[in-house]
Design a protein around this ligand. Structure first.
Ligand SMILES: Nc1nc2c(ncn2[C@@H]2O[C@H](COP(=O)(O)OP(=O)(O)OP(=O)(O)O)[C@@H](O)[C@H]2O)c(=O)[nH]1
Ligand SMILES: [Mg+2]
Length: 304
C-alpha cells in the first residue's frame, strides 16, 4: 500500500466526520455568514483549536468563492492552509551524518505508545545499523518483556537490568556500553507512570543527565510520545513535559483510532517542535514519517 493510502486509511475516523460535515454545509450554497459559522463550529469540534479555526475561516472569507464553485473547492482551500501550518514540523529523525551513537529517549504518559513505537522504529532503521535498546522502564517486569519481544523480532541487542533497579543507573551503563561497543543508536524506553508526576519528571531528567555525562548532548534526542486519541488534551502533556525537559521531537500515535486527528494541527500551530512520526495502527509497519501534505489531504478526504 502506498504511503498516501496509509494516511488516508489512518485518518478515516477524522476525515469521515470532518469532510462529510463540511461538504454538507457548503454544497451548492453561497458562502454567507451563517455558512461560515457552521464551518467554524465543525472545525472546532474536530479539535483543530480556536486559533487554527480562526485563520482557516479568515482564509475562506478572503477567497472569492462563487456559488457555482464545486464544494470541494472549500475543502481544497482548507487543506492548503492546513498543509502550510504542518509543513514546518516535517523533519526526519534518522540521518546518517551524526556522531555515534545517536541516543533516543522515549518519554510520555503511560499507554501513550512508547514501547510499541520503539518496536516499530527499530524495524525502520536500516539493518546495517547497530542498535542497542535499553529497558529503563524498570517499574514493571511486563514492560521489560514487552520491549524484549520487539527486539527479538528484529534481532536487535537488548540491555536490561534488575526489576526496580534505578532507571538512571541503567541508562548510564547502557550509554557506556553504547560508546564502548560503537553502536549507531541507543534507544531508551522509560516508564509512563510512577507514584506521581514529579517523581516521573525527576526520573526522566536524571536519565537524560546521566546519559549526557558520556554522550554529547547534541547526540541525545528526547522524544515525547503522545496518544492521538487524547485530542486537544495532548497540549497539556507537551506543556507538562516541556517545563522540565527539552523536547526535541514528537511522535503522535493512534491517529487511526480517533476522530480528533485535528489536534495534531493545533499542536503543530502552537509548538515549534518537529513531528517525526505518526502511528497509524498497531502493527510493526504502522509507523510513518510525518507528511504534512498527506496528513492535510487525508483529513479532508481529498486525493493526492
Ligand atoms: N491503534 C493503535 N494503537 C497503538 C498505536 N501505537 C500504540 N498502540 C497501542 O497502544 C497500547 C499502549 O502502547 P504501549 O507501547 O504499551 O504504551 P507505553 O507508552 O509503552 O505504556 P507504558 O509502558 O504503560 O508507559 C498498546 O496496546 C499498543 O498496541 C497506534 O498507532 N495505533
Ligand atoms: Mg511501555
Amino acid at each position: 500500500m502506498n504511503i498516501f493510502k496509509k494516511f488516508q486509511n489512518g485518518l478515516k475516523k477524522t476525515s469521515s466526520v470532518l469532510s462529510s460535515n463540511l461538504l454538507s454545509i457548503v454544497s451548492a450554497k453561497k458562502i454567507n455568514q451563517e455558512i461560515l459559522d457552521e464551518i467554524e463550529s465543525t472545525l472546532i469540534s474536530s479539535d483543530l483549536g480556536l486559533e487554527v479555526t480562526e485563520s482557516l475561516i479568515k482564509k475562506i472569507k478572503s477567497t472569492n468563492i462563487s456559488s457555482d464553485s464545486d464544494s470541494n473547492f472549500v475543502l481544497k482551500i482548507l487543506s492548503g492552509e492546513l498543509e502550510k501550518i504542518l509543513k514546518p514540523r516535517e523533519k526526519l529523525l534518522l540521518s546518517n551524518n551524526n556522531e555515534k551513537p545517536t541516543v533516543i529517549i522515549f518519554i510520555g504518559v503511560n499507554g501513550s505508545g512508547k514501547t510499541t513505537t520503539i518496536g516499530k522504529l527499530i524495524h525502520k532503521i536500516p539493518s546495517e545499523s547497530n542498535i542497542l535498546v535499553g529497558a529503563c522502564d524498570t517499574f514493571r517486569a511486563a514492560a521489560v518483556e514487552q520491549l524484549k519481544e520487539w527486539t527479538l523480532r528484529k534481532n536487535v541487542d537488548f540491555y536490561q537490568g534488575n526489576i526496580e533497579q534505578d532507571p538512571a543507573s541503567l541508562a548510564y551503563t547502557a550509554s557506556l556500553k553504547a560508546v564502548k561497543e560503537n553502536y549507531d543508536y541507543l534507544i531508551i524506553d522509560t516508564a509512563g507512570r510512577l507514584s506521581n508526576n514529579t517523581n516521573l519528571l525527576n526520573q526522566l531528567i536524571k536519565i537524560k543527565n546521566v546519559v549526557g555525562k558520556t554522550i554529547d548532548t547534541k547526540q541525545i534526542k528526547t522524544l515525547l510520545v503522545l496518544d492521538g486519541t487524547n485530542g486537544s488534551n495532548m497540549i497539556k502533556q507537551v506543556e507538562i513535559f516541556g517545563e522540565s525537559l527539552d523536547i526535541n521531537g514528537l511522535i503522535i500515535t493512534k491517529i487511526d483510532g480517533t476522530a480528533k486527528g485535528g489536534a495534531l494541527v493545533s499542536i503543530a500551530n502552537k509548538y515549534e517542535i518537529p513531528i517525526h512520526f505518526v502511528g497509524l495502527g498497531e502493527k510493526i509497519d504502522d509507523l510513518y514519517e510525518f507528511s504534512a501534505r498527506s496528513f492535510a489531504q487525508s483529513m479532508l478526504e481529498l486525493d493526492n
